[in-house]
Design a protein around this ligand. Structure first.
Ligand code: FAD
Ligand code: SF4
Length: 596
């Protein structure tokens, strides 16, 4: 049975003499959405992606059992994933050019199953960065990080968009929930999302398809949290469980190594940008895709100061090339987009394009991680196992701090992601013993563990920033990013509270505590970078307007997480796509009216 169709072929040659209506840089969640929306408006779009297109189904092998793989899923010798210690003790760049390892990855390559992502994560040797400690996870290929994202798909609310009004810190967004709600609805309908309605004002419900079920330990936690005014809701997953109108995607059959991290879905029930957005856009006949194209400068019309196109280097031949367009849309992910804007210096834009405010690269924010809890549900030890893998996630505990209450030590809030039960990789390696008795022990305990870890809002601060390091270049000769980013007192106080409440919730559910994590992980661990070109109404203190359009250069848009005014504590991808959809609708209108 054919479940998914073969993608449309890429053109062998791309016409670089043509002036396209729009060039989109980057093909992840943001760039894919821009390509989808603009081509559906009939615009001729060139999509430039730095990475290659891989046979992603063959890479992911979602149905492969650990014992079917020669190294239980591990990568071949010579591959090295950075450890927490390396990130904390050393300073970037973390991988020397002459490193003894053939390839070096970010920490994500160190999770069990690294062989399934060895062509997805970037090689740190080719892509260095400098400055303060930062665990930067990058995926350079068609679809970017969406090929392996965790799929927790959450909405923001006015607690986030109007956070300054609520607690006085930072800036409000130039939009409200009511502005973006119709676009969240469109993303839900077009891409599919599974989940369960809870009616929470701070975590608005989506237009959910069938939810997966909580398992026994998760239900135990949910019951205990309700009297505390907290919720453990089934993981809201960017996965189509009932199906969507898209011939490149199947609905979820609840099979496969969905719980394997890192990993993706080889039948594309889980959203990824190529099958969800880019292939359908190619089918319109309006999208030209060029992979292996690393943008290093947004070119400028000397007379008008407007963007005229994009200069890029062919990642394989290292040849410098240029493409022209009426509008340029940057969607290279928060940090790479900042890098591209800052690299694009000209006499009209001496600080980098769109940077008259000196805010590009600043107010960089994300989610802190580290605090969490692991527990054992004793009643489940030795019980028969159910079919507990084959679901995109376990549960989510939404924010409960600083909503109606006011915490003495910190502003804003955090949520927890967690799961209980058994997966393809039994979570029982710390059991004692050996031989037959050990195997029994592992089997008996495999389904009885439950854990959860927090994601907390890091406050945006102007001094948390990235800039260009002119002294270090990547493998293509492009100057790299320098980080100047640290956690402040608010983050530290929040982390303490996270550990305390995580433990308190498991105790309330009668779950035996096995361990409480209190330490913060290295900045960057959440892979939710945001805020380097924030939106706002004032061109002196913001880079983009409410449509992610540059205040300085009206035919330049930055449609990824760069534009977020604060990080909130909800995972950002669904918001990135809803905002990009809204902005690209506006862009298409303005272009047709001749306003760009
Ligand atoms: C393991 C993992 C788990 C995650 N879990 C979740 C989750 O549960 N929920 C959630 O909301 N988010 C999650 N995320 C984050 C999510 O993947 C990102 O928010 C999302 O992919 C951002 O989309 P983007 O388009 O901005 O960036 P990306 O998806 O990174 O895409 C950017 C693209 O631009 C390309 N590019 C970069 N520089 C250039 C250049 N100079 N020229 C041309 N192209 C360029 C890159 O190659 C890439 O393809 C997770 C990420 C990872 C890695
Ligand atoms: S459980 Fe569903 S989403 Fe996960 S890998 Fe299987 S089909 Fe894909």
């Amino acid at each position: 049975m054919t479940i998914v169709l073969t993608p449309p072929p890429e053109p062998k040659e791309v016409d670089l003499t043509e002036t396209y209506d729009a060039i989109v840089v980057g093909s992840g969640a943001a760039g894919g959405m821009a390509a989808h929306v603009l081509t559906s408006h009939g615009l001729k779009v060139l999509l430039l992606e730095a990475g290659k297109k891989i046979n992603v189904e063959a890479e992911l092998r979602s149905m492969q059992w650990p014992y079917d793989h020669p190294r239980r899923g591990d990568a071949p010798p010579g591959w090295h994933a950075l450890s927490l210690n390396e990130y904390n003790i050393r300073k970037p760049p973390y991988a020397a050019k002459n490193s003894a390892y053939k390839h070096v990855w970010s920490y994500v390559g160190g999770w069990g199953g690294s062989d399934y992502v060895k062509d997805i994560l970037v090689d740190e040797k080719e892509n260095p960065y400098t400055g303060t400690n930062y665990a930067w996870v990058r995926a350079r290929l068609l679809g970017g990080k969406t090929n392996i994202w965790g799929r927790l798909a959450l909405r923001l609310s006015d607690y986030d968009f109007k956070a300054k009004t609520h607690d006085g810190y930072g800036e409000d967004w130039p939009i409200s929930y009511s502005d973006i709600e119709p676009y969240y609805d469109r993303v839900d309908t077009y891409l599919g999302i599974s989940g369960f309605k809870e009616g929470l004002p701070h975590l608005p419900d989506s237009l959910f398809q069938r939810s997966h079920r909580l398992n026994a330990s998760e239900i135990q936690l949910r019951k205990a949290l309700l009297p505390m005014g907290r919720v453990a809701t089934p993981y809201r997953a960017g996965v189509t469980t009932d199906g969507v109108k898209n011939k490149y995607r199947s609905k979820c059959f609840g099979r496969g190594a969905c719980g394997r991290r890192p990993g993706g879905c080889d039948i594309h029930a889980a959203f990824d940008s190529p099958t969800g957005l880019i292939y359908p856009a190619m089918d319109t006949g309006n999208l030209t895709l060029r992979t292996n194209s690393t943008a290093y400068e947004i070119t400028v019309d000397k007379n008008t100061g407007k963007a005229s196109g994009v200069a890029f280097v062919d990642s394989q031949t290292h040849k410098a090339l240029e493409a022209k367009a009426k509008v340029v849309i940057v969607a290279a992910s928060t940090l790479e987009s900042a890098r591209l804007l800052l690299l694009s210096k000209s006499s009209q834009h001496p600080n980098g394009i769109g940077n008259s405010s000196n805010h590009v690269g600043h107010n960089f924010c994300e989610h802190l991680m580290g605090p969490g809890v692991t527990g054992l549900v004793k009643e489940l030890v030795g019980k028969e196992h159910g079919n507990e893998d084959g679901r995109p996630g376990g549960f989510y505990v939404p924010r409960f701090r600083n909503l109606k209450d006011k915490q003495p030590g910190f502003l804003r809030g955090y949520g927890f992601e967690g799961s209980g039960g058994k997966s393809m990789f039994p979570d029982s390696t710390d059991r004692p013993g050996f031989g037959k008795a050990y195997k029994k022990e592992v089997r008996d305990y495999a389904g009885a563990f439950i854990n959860m870890g927090g994601f907390g809002e890091v406050l945006p601060r102007y001094e948390n920033a990235v800039s260009i390091d002119p002294n270090v270049k990547d493998a293509w000769g492009i100057p790299v990013l320098k980080f100047d980013y640290t956690f402040g007192d608010n983050e530290k106080k929040m982390a303490e509270d996270m550990a305390t409440t995580a433990k308190e919730m498991f105790e309330a559910a009668g779950i035996e505590i096995i361990g409480v994590d209190r330490e913060l992980l290295t900045p960057g661990w959440s892979i939710h970078e945001l805020g380097t070109s924030r939106m706002g109404n004032d061109p002196k203190t913001s880079v983009l307007n409410q449509f992610q359009q540059s205040h300085d250069v009206k035919n330049l848009f930055v449609v990824d997480g760069s534009s977020h005014v604060n990080a909130s504590c909800q995972n950002p991808t669904w918001t990135i796509m809803a905002l990009a959809w809204r902005s690209c609708d506006h862009l298409a209108d303005e272009l047709k009216k001749g306003n760009l």
